[in-house]
Design a protein around this ligand. Structure first.
Ligand SMILES: N[C@@H](CCC(=O)N[C@@H](CS)C(=O)NCC(=O)O)C(=O)O
Length: 308
């Protein structure tokens, strides 16, 4: 496991006994141009604040950079195709070091950098998304309300459920080291997908007819399913595209530029298949699948969802 220990880099260290000193989590004032969001397009957790920002139309107020799909010494790096547009650093660990020279912990995305206080505001994907949805509501340039106050608690509890049963559950299956552990985790994922498919047969979004943070948490795992998780994590009982309601939901979401622009399938595959070498030691990137988001069949499913 790669991480930092009191400012030193351990590309393959034993994390036992590591004291995680995580002092991030302070957001400053809402100010255009002040913050920069670091993500990897591959990471479903980083996808949350990136989607939130784009769905709210905050692209002109908050910048973002994606790290390269390819890692260096087991950690996130920038390169000429995926540069750090804010600080010009070469690796994400340098951004963490700027914030805290003796940082101990993992170098994870997302990171929200505050240019005014010259530090990391937060590296917690849901925390950043909630802050964006609430604190930036009055300056947003779209009419979505991702965290309406009348449903706040219900939405956040749904986000937590989606996190445990989908977002993290697919990794549990994919990184299993025992047959029985894998089978149990993989079957749990498919039970959850079946339940969600049934749920979405009567409503367009998770909370009914409005798009909320619950969808911002669910969509990132679904959009990676057929191109990555199905083969890489051996979640191959069924393709997501074989669940009619879940697939219609994904196609419907993909009509939004915020979803389409932040879901590069080739990048997803480049990262997962090249970086997670425990699972795919030869780093072979599969040739498929080819997904046509705009076929006639897709358009018919989208029309059906949009009339719900
Ligand atoms: N608690 C974090 C978790 C994010 C996370 O797990 N990010 C992964 C990528 S999907 C990461 O950066 N991993 C790097 C590592 O573990 O070294 C959040 O939700 O914001």
């Amino acid at each position: 496991m790669a991480y930092m220990k009191q400012g030193g880099w351990l590309s393959d260290g034993d994390a036992e006994g590591l004291v995680y000193i995580d002092t991030f989590g302070e957001f400053g004032e809402v100010e255009a141009g002040r913050y920069h969001l670091y993500v990897s397009y591959a990471c479903p957790f980083a996808h949350r604040p990136l989607l939130t920002m784009q769905l709210m139309g905050l692209q002109n107020k908050i910048g973002f950079s994606s790290v390269s799909p390819f890692t260096y010494e087991g950690s996130w790096k920038f390169d000429k195709d995926y540069p750090d547009h804010n600080l010009g650093e070469r690796c994400l660990l340098d951004v963490y070091k700027r914030a805290k020279a003796d940082y101990s912990g993992k170098i994870t995305v997302p990171v929200l950098w505050d240019n005014a206080s010259n530090t990391i505001s937060s590296n917690d994907s849901l925390g950043i998304s909630i802050w964006l949805a609430e604190a930036w509501d009055s300056v947003k340039e779209s009419d979505v309300d991702l965290l309406p106050s009348d449903q706040r608690e219900a939405i956040l509890s749904r986000c937590e459920w989606i996190n445990d049963n989908i977002n993290v559950a697919v990794y549990r299956a994919g990184f299993s080291r025992q047959q029985d552990e894998y089978e149990k985790s993989a079957l749990e994922v498919f039970d959850t997908l079946a339940a969600l498919d049934a749920e979405l047969s009567t409503k367009r979004f998770i909370m009914g007819n409005r798009l909320t943070l619950a969808d911002v948490c669910l969509f990132p795992s679904l959009i990676r399913f057929d191109s990555v998780y199905y083969i890489h994590y051996k979640l191959n009982k069924q393709l997501l595209s074989q669940f009619p309601n879940l697939w219609g939901y994904v196609l419907d979401m993909m009509q939004l530029s915020a979803c389409r622009d932040t879901s590069p399938q080739d990048y997803f595959k480049q990262h997962y298949f090249s970086a997670q070498t425990d699972i795919n030691p030869n780093k072979i990137i599969p040739i498929g699948p080819t997904i046509d988001w705009d076929s006639e069949q897709s358009a018919a499913l989208v029309a059906q969802r949009q009339s719900m």
